[in-house]
Write a protein that binds this ligand. Structure first.
Ligand SMILES: [Zn+2]
Length: 72
């Protein structure tokens, strides 16, 4: 299981994603996590579909760190 096919895509920082659900039409959209975000928080994000400005944080997804190949 060694030797990934891709390389050079390592990110130095973890960028969690916040999933927002529109209270109007139920559309879920994601954006970068911002400080203060938590699940079920009401935000004033603008829904891309119905232009409602009330969206609730439905989920926060944290990408795992890429494995660091320290072989020494
Ligand atoms: Zn909407």
């Amino acid at each position: 299981m060694m030797g990934a096919s891709s390389r050079g895509t390592q990110l130095k920082q973890i960028n969690p994603l916040t999933y927002l659900k529109c209270t109007g039409c139920g559309t879920v959209s994601s954006r970068e996590f911002r400080e203060g975000d938590y699940v079920f928080k009401e935000t004033e994000e603008k829904c891309p579909k119905c232009d409602s400005t009330k969206m609730i944080v439905e989920d926060i997804y944290v990408e795992e760190k890429p494995h660091q190949g320290k072989s020494r």
